[in-house]
Design a protein around this ligand. Structure first.
Ligand code: ADP
Ligand code: MG
Length: 247
C-alpha cells in the first residue's frame, strides 16, 4: 500500500461543492480490554458531501464518540474503510495525519476546551501557531473567525469573562480558523442552557448557509432536527439513513 505524505495532501485542498468529503464503508470498531472485546461500531456506511449539515443522533453508549474519533482521525477502524477528502485515511503517514487533524478537521467539544489564561483571540490563533502561520496573519485570521461567530468585540476577553454560549462560539471560531474541510462537533450544546443552545445552533445554521460541511453529534433529537440530514445510531449501527429533517 502506498503511503500518502503531507506534500500529496497539499495538492488536494481545493474546494468543490457537492463532492464527497467523507466516505465510510462497512466501518467497524472493536475495543479490546484484556480478554473482553466490545464492538462499538458494527458496520456503518455513510457518505457526506461538501456543504452538507449532518447530525448523528443516538442514546448514550450507542457509539457516537467512537464515530467522532474515527471521523476526526483520532482513532482507526478495526475493519472497513474511511476516505476523507479523497484520501484513504489508513494510508496517511504520521505527518500527513497530523496535518489532516490540524487543517482539515475543526473540532468542537462539549467542554469548549479553551485555555483560561489566553484571550479569545489567542485561543482562536492556537491552531495557526501549530501550523506555523506568521503572527500578523494569525491575528488577522483569528479576528475574521471571531467575526464569523459574532464575537469580534470580545477578542481581548478571557474565557472566564464570557458566558458558556460565548465560550463555545470562541471554540467554533478556533475550529474554523484553519478553514477546515469539515466541522466536527461532539455534543456542542451538552453543557449549555436553552438560550445558549439556540445561540450555537443559530451559528451552525449560518455556517451551513455559507457552505460549511458540519457533522453534529448529539443525544438530543430536537438538536439533531436542525440539521439537513439526520442519521440515527443505535448499538453501533445506523438504523435509518438520510431522513430529511428539514430543507
Ligand atoms: P456515545 O458517545 O454514543 O455515548 P461511545 O462511542 O463513547 O458512545 O461508546 C460506545 C460503546 O463503546 C460504549 O459501550 C462504551 O462503553 C464503549 N467504549 C468506548 N470507548 C471504549 C474504550 N476505549 N474501551 C472499551 N470500550 C469502550
Ligand atoms: Mg459520547
Amino acid at each position: 500500500m502506498t503511503t500518502i505524505t503531507t506534500a500529496d495532501l497539499a495538492s488536494r485542498e481545493l474546494a468543490a461543492p457537492g463532492r464527497v468529503v467523507i466516505e465510510l464503508d462497512a466501518a467497524r470498531k472493536t475495543y479490546r480490554t484484556g480478554d473482553i472485546e466490545f464492538e462499538a461500531l458494527r458496520g456503518i456506511d455513510c457518505t457526506i458531501r461538501e456543504g452538507e449539515y449532518v447530525a448523528i443522533v443516538g442514546p448514550s453508549g450507542s457509539g457516537k464518540s467512537t464515530l467522532m474519533n474515527i471521523l476526526g482521525c483520532l482513532d482507526v477502524l478495526t475493519s472497513g474503510r474511511y476516505v476523507l477528502a479523497g484520501d484513504d485515511v489508513e494510508r496517511l503517514d504520521e505527518d500527513a495525519l497530523a496535518a489532516v487533524r490540524n487543517r482539515r478537521i475543526g473540532f468542537v467539544f462539549q467542554q469548549f476546551n479553551l485555555l483560561p489564561s489566553l484571550s479569545a483571540a489567542a485561543n482562536v490563533e492556537l491552531p495557526l501557531v501549530y501550523a506555523k502561520v506568521a503572527p500578523a496573519e494569525r491575528k488577522r485570521r483569528a479576528l475574521a473567525a471571531l467575526a464569523q461567530v459574532g464575537l469580534e468585540s470580545k477578542s481581548g476577553n478571557r474565557p472566564g469573562e464570557l458566558s458558556g454560549g460565548q465560550q463555545q462560539r470562541v471554540a467554533i471560531a478556533r475550529a474554523l480558523v484553519t478553514e477546515p474541510t469539515i466541522l466536527l462537533a461532539d455534543e456542542p450544546t451538552g453543557n449549555l442552557d436553552s438560550t445558549s443552545t439556540e445561540e450555537i445552533l443559530g451559528i451552525f445554521d449560518d455556517l451551513h448557509a455559507v457552505g460549511r460541511t458540519i457533522v453534529l453529534i448529539t443525544h438530543e433529537a430536537d438538536v439533531a432536527s436542525r440539521a439537513q440530514t439526520v442519521h440515527n445510531v443505535t448499538d453501533g449501527r445506523f438504523v435509518e439513513h438520510g431522513a430529511e429533517a428539514r430543507q
